[in-house]
Design a protein around this ligand. Structure first.
Ligand code: HEC
Ligand code: HEC
Ligand code: HEC
Ligand code: HEC
Ligand code: HEC
Length: 279
């Protein structure tokens, strides 16, 4: 009996010691932690004394590509895990900045569909404008319709065709924005189907933006008309919900008015009742 309880105490003691060792050990947390990998392109280029070589890092850091994690190697190739200049070897499929004629294919590695449309455009065929001239190479921002402006688009040709394109795109943007705002304001009714439709329209708008890279007004207008038809369906559904909301509001106010009138009548009735009893 005595032996047995001794063994038991020993076992419990060992278990407690083991637990203490696990809790106190400095190695447990340390072993699970891994230092984030540094990107050798960014690490080395930030420290290079030559402006031409270091500036792309600061420009890129402010870009949409930095935001979505498209680092130097996404565009230039190379091996971002190699800390030596071997990172930029041909074996690592490294490519320096592209020449003017190569830009479309360079960006088109990822923006495939859009680049296909652009290849057909007057700008591409005449070799006058490429992706980088309109969007930049390193400081590329989320798009804005303001890229189309007289200072930028009125130098080689008349601004009129650019303005036409801008009007079509802006019309769609505004109409989309206005529907979004109206849907946000609808209160107390199920709007999820409308929110889904809005998402669908947004995807189609992206398609128009891609086709806009043909810089062919007739093609862009045709695509825009398709989206306008979908927008019209969504808009009539918005109007229907707005009307229901309006009717509900009217009914609500009507009920409140009725309640007030009834309260006044009851109060008046009680008062005259009291007075007649007192008499
Ligand atoms: C150890 C430092 C170091 C690393 C790592 C490094 N570079 Fe470079 N890079 C340089 C130097 C120095 C030059 C200029 C000499 C040259 O052109 O080879 C250069 C040149 C370049 C150029 C061409 C500039 C030109 O002359 O047109 C590009 C583009 C570039 N690097 C991108 C990258 C990318 C992308 C990576 C990562 C995959 C990378 N670099 C990794 C040091 C480095
Ligand atoms: C979105 C694609 C893209 C990304 C991402 C990108 N570059 Fe570039 N880079 C270019 C293009 C395009 C050029 C060609 C120059 C031009 O047309 O302005 C270029 C040129 C360069 C040059 C030569 C500059 C010159 O004036 O000769 C260097 C150096 C360079 N890039 C380094 C980098 C480094 C370092 C990174 C990461 C911080 C990076 N790039 C990320 C597209 C990119
Ligand atoms: C002549 C100027 C111009 C050129 C050249 C150009 N773009 Fe654009 N790009 C624009 C404008 C303007 C918009 C925004 C249109 C809008 O807001 O409806 C845009 C929009 C975009 C978008 C956003 C599309 C989306 O999905 O919403 C991407 C991505 C893009 N461009 C990439 C490129 C690439 C890659 C190239 C080269 C193959 C290129 N652009 C050439 C002017 C240009
Ligand atoms: C390695 C893939 C890759 C390459 C190469 C690349 N991009 Fe991108 N780009 C992306 C991703 C991913 C996004 C983010 C898309 C999103 O969030 O909708 C993006 C976004 C953009 C946007 C903003 C679109 C928007 O919705 O506002 C523009 C403009 C753009 N890229 C232009 C370029 C240009 C110009 C080049 C060539 C110099 C280029 N990209 C090369 C992957 C790439
Ligand atoms: C470096 C010169 C240059 C710049 C800058 C330029 N374009 Fe062009 N663009 C051309 C050339 C060349 C043509 C084809 C010949 C023509 O129509 O004049 C063209 C044609 C067009 C067309 C087709 C015209 C038609 O009648 O079919 C549109 C639309 C257009 N550009 C829009 C723009 C927009 C938008 C911008 C600014 C973001 C812009 N362009 C900036 C050179 C340029």
């Amino acid at each position: 009996m005595k032996n047995y309880s001794q063994v038991k105490t020993l076992r419990i003691g060992a278990l407690l010691l083991g637990l203490a060792a696990v809790c106190l050990s400095p190695g447990t947390a340390g072993a699970a932690f891994q230092e984030p990998l540094t990107n050798s392109c960014i690490a080395c280029h930030s420290d290079l004394g030559v402006e031409r070589l270091s500036r792309p890092v600061t420009l890129w850091a402010s870009s949409v590509h930095a935001e979505v994690g498209n680092t130097c190697d996404g565009c230039h190739g190379g091996n971002p895990k190699d800390p030596t200049e071997e990172a930029m070897s041909a074996a690592n499929h490294f490519s320096r900045g592209p020449k003017k004629a190569e830009v479309t294919a360079f960006c088109g590695k990822c923006h495939q569909e859009l680049s296909k449309y652009f290849k057909d455009s007057a700008h591409s065929v005449t070799g006058t404008q490429n992706c980088v001239q309109c969007h930049g190479a390193h400081a590329i921002q989320r798009i804005s319709i303001e890229i189309i402006a007289p200072e930028k688009c009125g130098t080689c040709h008349d601004y009129a065709p650019a303005d036409k394109l801008k009007t079509v795109l802006l019309g769609l943007h505004d109409r989309f924005g206005s529907s979004k705002e109206k849907i946000r304001k609808i209160y107390g009714l199920p709007t999820q189907p409308l929110v889904d439709q809005l998402g669908n329209v947004w995807n189609q708008l992206r398609q128009v933006r891609m086709v806009s890279h043909t810089f062919d007004i007739t093609r862009v207008k045709k695509k825009a008309e398709e989206v306008q038809a979908v927008m019209a369906t969504m808009e009539s559904e918005i109007v229907r919900l707005e009307e229901i909301e309006q009717e509900r509001k009217l009914l609500g106010w009507g009920l409140i008015a009725l309640f007030i009138v009834l309260s006044i009548v009851t109060w008046w009735y009680n008062r005259t009742e009291k007075k007649t009893k007192q008499l």
